[in-house]
Design a protein around this ligand. Structure first.
Ligand code: FES
Length: 68
């Protein structure tokens, strides 16, 4: 059984490693990679993936809270 890991970078994208199915709003598969970086700044030219345009300089970005 493989594991999937989701890492929320501070002022950066969400890194997803492991198997996941990424689909659009109609349920159609989106081409993906493993690992992949999901954009959360809204500025990527390759949505839903990060293209590095924010380069860690997001103006508004909540940091993920650790549970440990
Ligand atoms: S988080 Fe990288 S382009 Fe949006």
């Amino acid at each position: 059984m493989s594991e999937t890991r989701i890492q929320i970078l501070n002022k950066g994208p969400i890194i997803v490693a492991g198997h996941v199915d990424v689909v659009d709003d109609e349920g159609k598969a989106v081409r993906q990679h493993d690992p992949m970086a999901i954009c959360r700044c809204g500025q990527s030219g390759n949505m839903p993936f990060c293209d590095g345009i924010s380069k860690g300089n997001m103006k508004v970005c909540k940091r993920a809270e650790s549970i440990l």
